[in-house]
Design a binder for this molecule. Sequence first.
Ligand code: NAD
Ligand code: ZN
Length: 363
Amino acid sequence: APRRVSVQLSQSRYEVVIGSQLLTRAGALIAPVLPQPRCVIVTDETVASLHLATLQNSLTEVGVSHDAIVVPPGEASKSLRTWADLVDKLLAQKVDRHTTVIALGGGVVGDLAGFAAASTLRGLPFIQIPTTLLAQVDSSVGGKTGINSPHGKNLIGAFHQPIMVLADTSVLATLPPRERRSGYAEIVKAGLIADAAFYEWCEAHAPAMLDEDSHALAEAVERAVRFKAQVVGDDERETKTNNGRALLNLGHTFAHALEAETGYGQGLLHGEAVAVGLVLATHLSAALGHCPQEDTSRIAAHLRSAGLPTQIAQLPVERLLGHMKQDKKMRGGRLHFVLTRGIGQAFTSSDVPEEAVRATMLA
Ligand code: NAD
Ligand code: ZN
């Protein structure tokens, strides 16, 4: 039986269903939550060639009618142009307020299709079927949808919660290993933020999670989703100044700066930037006297063993600081960071001295 995690929000709730071989019976799993037996699948070319037919067959089997809209793969599809085109196509297919949009793909498809669902007819029901590890453990849960602007990443968007999330670990078999490792960084992040026992479990089970569609992989996805569900339920729209959803940004102030510097989807994958960021955030915490220095080397050793980068030679420190100051998470001109008192004990801090951040990147 699949694992089920429920996300409890103020006005509604939805389930994240996790397990192997779910796509072949996706129709039967989602039919009970569909407001009408009709949906439009949004996916990218790569995922369409691998997994679209399986989803379509499962919908046909249970009498759900479906159309598909396919966009090019990659971050460039999170654009105003692709969004406008997608909304146009949804309207051309005469969707009504009860037609469900299904996002079949990674975080790019999820964010783009989710925003199209949020903005078409002021909100269509929406289901996420994440097909990358990153999307299964992070982006498909929580209701953040959006696209990029020439002014920066994810600057246009809306909160639009899905009515169901279906995470089939078997579809990860076709994911390039580098993408899988990148998603793994977000799993490790969940442990590092709030669950030392889970982090230790990751240290013990990483090889199984990285290589196959194992019991360990489904277990890790479930634990990471459970963690995200709880944080999201507690701070649905990221309104808390302390802790809350902001904690999910452990390692991300550095990661976003690195990604902005190398070009999104070009140099480092998101999870790779996060891996480097997790090590830098721990290092910074240690330098500020919040946690033991050994934590930094322990975390770096684990991420390296999982094939992730943990440091970058000759960081362009001043340019990275410049990106951090432009991050939309800046408040009142101060550098906001998620720091840690040790593994599983992250906290948000609003006054990290710029000098300490500079020293950490130079070390
Ligand atoms: P992605 O969607 O670009 O997918 C990575 C690549 O893998 C793509 O080329 C895709 O075609 C391919 N792919 C997807 N599933 C596959 C499969 N099963 N087999 C083979 N290939 C497959 O990237 P991603 O890492 O999933 O998502 C990154 C995006 O997620 C970023 O735009 C980021 O901003 C966003 N994100 C959003 C949130 C959120 O809360 N909404 C959180 C984190 C990240
Ligand atoms: Zn992330």
